[in-house]
Structures are given as C-alpha cells and as structure tokens.
Design a binder for this molecule. Structure first.
Ligand SMILES: Cc1cc2nc3c(=O)[nH]c(=O)nc-3n(C[C@H](O)[C@H](O)[C@H](O)COP(=O)(O)O)c2cc1C
Length: 184
C-alpha cells in the first residue's frame, strides 16, 4: 500500500516535470530571435534602433539582430520570432526604402504569419509620426504579424532623440518587446 502510494507520487511528480518544465527547458536551449530593421538618412531613426537593440539585449535568452533595410533579407524575416520595423516619416508615410523592403518580402508572404511585431517612427511632427506608424503597422499586419502595442501603436520620437528618449523610451521599448518575445 505504502509502495503503491510512493510510486503514484513519483509518477505524478514526473508528469508535472514533463508538462510544466518542458517549455522553460526548451526556451533555455533555444534563444528567441528579435530582428530590428530600419531605414535612416540623417541618423535619428538609427539612434532609436540602436537604443531599442540595447534595451532588448538586457533580456536573457533573446538574440537581437539589428539591420538596416538595405542589409536585411527575407531570410532574416523568416528566422525572426519578432520583427520591429522603424522608419522616418516622409510626407507622413514610411520612407520608400522601407516600403521597397516590405514589398520584396512578398516572397515570404505565407511564412511570417503569427510572428510578433512592433513599429517605431522618427518625425518632425506628431501627425507625421502617427501616420507613419500606422503605415508600418499595416504592412506588418498584412503579413499576419501580431503587433505588440506601445501606447496606441508603437514608439514615436520627435526630431533628434534626446538622452531621455534614448536611455528611457527606446531602451524600455526594446526590453518590453524582448520580454514579450520570450513569452510562450
Ligand atoms: C523627404 C522628407 C519628408 C519628410 N516629411 C515629414 C512629414 O511629413 N512629417 C514629419 O513630421 N516629418 C517629416 N520629415 C522629417 C523626418 O521625418 C525627420 O527629420 C526624421 O527624424 C528623419 O529621420 P532620419 O534622421 O532617421 O533620417 C521629412 C523629412 C524628409 C527628408
């Protein structure tokens, strides 16, 4: 009787190990991948992207890949668990190199569905930034990417990023995105 009870306890413990421990165990074995891809001409969006990457790197078990739209490939998009897309606002819309990059991603159209995503924009004014963010979000959503929102949509910085923008807003945004990509 005692022995049977003991075996049941052991079986139940092992079941719990398998059911509860497996996701955490696998997560430690395989790093989640977060891709930050952006365009920048005069450096503002680049500063944001670098600070977002720094923030994301503070989270364990996340591999952070930072690339410009000129460097990134469709393979980078497919490999990533989370894609963060950034652009300056040009006549309120995302800059054309970002649009070109996304247009060319049609080749992997079916393969990005269900990934997590985020968007950030640099602009001179609020209206330009908001419309640009919406455009970036729409492009990712059309791929079936699920946007992890910050505020209404994503991260906006007006003009040249201040120390506070870089050290607080961008880094916190990167860390927040990295934490969500770790969630099962
Ligand atoms: C061609 C062009 C169009 C722009 N159009 C807008 C706009 O419609 N609204 C806005 O707020 N800012 C506009 N800007 C300002 C840029 O979005 C802003 O300077 C941004 O920080 C530039 O980012 P970058 O330094 O990463 O290139 C425009 C800039 C350029 C060069």
């Amino acid at each position: 009787m005692t022995m049977k009870f003991g075996i049941n306890r052991i079986m139940s413990f092992l079941e719990k190990m398998v059911i509860n421990y497996k996701p955490g165990f696998l997560k430690k074995m395989v790093k989640a991948s977060l891709l930050i891809v952006y365009y920048s001409k005069s450096g503002n969006t680049k500063k944001m992207a670098e600070a977002i990457a720094d923030g994301a790197r503070t989270v364990k078990n996340v591999e952070v890949v930072l690339k410009t739209v000129e460097e990134a490939t469709n393979k980078d998009l497919v490999t990533a668990d989370c894609i963060i897309l950034g652009s300056p606002s040009y006549f309120r819309l995302p800059a054309w190199p970002v649009k070109k990059f996304i247009d060319e991603s049609v080749e992997v159209f079916e393969l990005l569905k269900g990934k997590k995503g985020g968007v950030f924009a640099s602009a001179a004014g609020k209206k330009g930034a908001k419309v640009c963010l919406q455009g970036l979000k729409d492009m990712l959503e059309e791929h079936g990417i699920i946007i992890v929102r910050r505020g209404l949509i994503g991260l906006i910085v007006k003009g040249r990023p201040s120390v506070k923008d870089v050290e607080v807003s961008c880094k916190e945004y990167g860390a927040m995105m990295a934490r969500t990509v770790c969630e099962v």
